[in-house]
Design a protein around this ligand. Structure first.
Ligand code: ADP
Length: 616
């Protein structure tokens, strides 16, 4: 069982919470506003009833006329009706803005990820951090949306405290006109009010201290449980080993035992903490209530105020003490949620150190965007080996290039640098003689249509998949689909370009094969119609015949664009104008197939011969 202490100071916790609320206000200001108004109104309503009921009793005991009493009852009932109707409308209004909760956790993360520097996106550390945040949300029940819930509780408690204090003020101010002797003098004396106030203050302090002292223990306990829960899930993922070994029973039973035993242990510990805490709270509350009732009762008894006010004051003070307790619980809930916020802020604050210039990329009809790699070397962040070493290469416009080489030889890294997903560690990449970092990034990436190895299709409509836009040019989408050979298939679909791909979001979606998905990705590259078109191992999942088909199609559709085709199947590459042979991060050979294959001492010859048996 963990004994680790929560070491964050109250001040640090407050800073974290305030930042959380800033994020919240940024995402859903409407919800915050309506929650605030609703909380105030909800807390006010019981005081309204309490006040008027007390007044009715006061009038009754003072022998007021029937007319006065009738008027008072009428005001109370009408007021209550109006108040209830307004509260209902306010709650509806708040609910209307509630759907924003989806905007918080997952969607907020997605928004952040979409803008994140690529090196973080690809980094295993970032993936781990993301997983931690998700686990804290899924298994620990934390998240940005929890801030909303606590806001309502917290604000409700504050409003309640303000109302109860306002309604109780007169209790201490009013004094009896009776002769100031004995018991009357004691009750009327300002000191007795002071003693009472001190007792209430003590009660509040005890409540806060108990929350401050005991809540972190609860937090650590259940956070540890959440962690164990998430780990257990990932250890017991069913995989081939589990299936072939027949270890399913073992996995499930072990996981079950670990969790049940641990949960029982946590529950026992949690109960112990709660018992200690509630003993102190309850003892303080009982003493305070006793003294309070005595004080208020005595004041009513000596005629300081009417009997009705006895109910008003005791009711208000009771509400005050409950509000203080709720305030404390909300604060402790917020502090528990801070474990999530700490990780979230680490994620949000991942530094973006990529320089993005402002130079405009000239628009040209002739696609003459000359790019040159000049002595480029590159190491991935955190790695000490070079993925690219001193690479120099100048693109010729309209040329069809093939990149070949063994796995890990640096082909994809070259493309990532070309698209500026990373900057070179050494050397420079130039567009028309100017370093690419000087150009406006959004304009620069428009120069490339890339189908990466790990391309994916969105679970949205076909049109959105091809265009990557919400408002797309349907004609251009069809033309791209026809070029990749998917026109016929999709023109037969009832919903045409509106056909959803996959059934993740819509039941009437269509499932497409791996080969078709690849063609959709290719159509996407064509829709973008960029001067450089790149296919990075687009056919890894295809058999050689299907690959040959994709390649010949690619060759046909690239038209006058500068094209790069990366494949480990050399047969597909031999028709390229120029083949670049990568080895250990270097371009070791370049030239046409015929020239390269003639060099029997070269890497290309070796690679070609290793595969030649498949082509004969
Ligand atoms: P290829 O495309 O020729 O298969 P890559 O360019 O993908 O080769 O990889 C070149 C080298 O860089 C390999 O040693 C690979 O392990 C390493 N590498 C690739 N991606 C990363 C990454 N994100 N982080 C660290 N190393 C990487």
């Amino acid at each position: 069982m963990t004994k680790k202490k929560n070491r964050r100071s109250l001040k640090t916790d407050l800073v974290l919470i305030l930042r959380g609320y800033r994020v919240l206000y940024e995402v859903c200001p409407q919800n915050i506003i309506w929650t605030t108004i609703n909380s105030i109104a909800q807390q006010f309503a019981p005081y309204f009833t309490l006040y008027l009921s007390a007044e009715i009793i006061n009038q009754l005991t003072a022998g007021a006329s029937l007319r006065t009493l009738f008027m008072l009852v009428l005001v109370t009932v009408t007021g209550q009706l109006l108040l209830n109707a307004s509260l209902h409308r306010l709650s509806l209004k708040q609910e209307e803005t509630e759907s924003i909760k989806f905007e918080l956790n997952e969607l907020y993360m997605l928004k952040v990820e979409c803008r994140m520097q690529y090196k973080h996106l690809e980094s295993p550390d970032t993936a781990l951090l993301r997983q931690k945040i998700r686990n804290s949300s899924i298994y620990g029940g934390n998240g940005l949306s929890r801030l909303l819930q606590y806001y309502q509780d917290l604000f409700g408690a504050i409003a309640n405290i303000i109302f109860s204090v306002s309604f109780t003020m007169s209790l201490f101010r009013t004094v009896s006109n009776a002769g100031l002797t004995g018991f009357t003098a004691f009750v009327n004396h300002p000191l007795s009010a002071l003693v009472l106030l001190a007792l209430i203050g003590l009660n509040i302090t005890a409540e806060m201290l108990s929350i401050y002292r005991f809540e972190p223990r609860h937090t650590n306990l259940w956070n540890a449980f959440a962690l164990r829960l998430s780990r257990c899930r990932s250890y017991s993922d069913c995989n081939a080993d589990v299936t072939v070994l027949g270890a399913v029973g073992l996995c499930i039973e072990r996981c079950r035992r670990i969790l049940i035993d641990y949960e029982n242990e946590c529950l026992r510990e949690s109960l112990k903490i709660s018992e200690k805490r509630s003993f102190i709270s309850r003892a303080m509350e009982t003493v305070t209530n006793l003294v309070l009732y005595l004080y208020i009762g005595a004041k009513a008894y000596i005629g300081t105020f009417g009997v009705g006010n006895f109910f008003l004051y005791t009711g208000s003070v009771d509400k005050f003490l409950k509000a203080v307790s709720n305030f404390g619980s909300s604060i402790s809930g917020l502090r528990r949620n801070n474990d999530y916020l700490v990780e979230l802020y680490r994620y949000l604050d991942l530094p973006d150190d990529m320089y993005r210039g402002t130079l405009s990329v000239e628009k040209r009809e002739d696609n003459k965007f000359e790019i040159e790699f000049r002595n480029v070397s590159f190491r991935y962040p955190g790695s000490d080996t070079y993925a690219l070493k001193n690479v120099s290469f100048k693109f010729r416009i309209g040329e069809r290039l093939a990149f070949v080489g063994m796995n890990g030889s640096g082909k994809t890294t070259f493309v990532k640098l070309l698209c500026r997903l990373y900057d070179p560690t050494e050397g420079r990449i130039l567009l028309k003689g100017i370093d690419i970092s000087k150009y406006n990034y959004d304009e620069y990436v428009k120069l490339f249509s890339v189908v990466f190895q790990d391309y994916f299709t969105f679970a949205f409509s076909l049109g959105e998949n091809v265009s990557a836009l919400q408002d797309y040019d349907a004609e251009k989408v069809w033309s791209s689909l026809k070029k990749v050979g998917l026109g016929e298939k999709f023109s037969q679909m009832e919903r045409g370009l509106e056909t959803p791909l996959g059934t993740d979001y819509q039941n009437d979606g269509v499932e497409i094969s791996g080969g078709e998905a690849q063609k959709v990705a290719l159509a996407r590259a064509l829709y973008k119609d960029a001067p450089y078109i790149i296919l990075d191992e687009p056919t890894a999942a295809l058999d050689p015949i299907a690959e040959a088909e994709v390649y010949s199609k690619f060759n046909e559709i690239v038209e006058d664009k500068t094209a790069i085709y990366i494949s480990h199947r050399l047969s597909s590459c031999r028709l390229a104008d120029k083949i670049l042979v990568f080895h250990d991060g270097e371009i070791v050979q370049q030239g046409s197939h015929d020239r390269l294959v003639a060099d029997t001492t070269g890497k290309y010859y070796e690679l070609w011969n290793a595969q030649a048996q498949y082509y004969t």
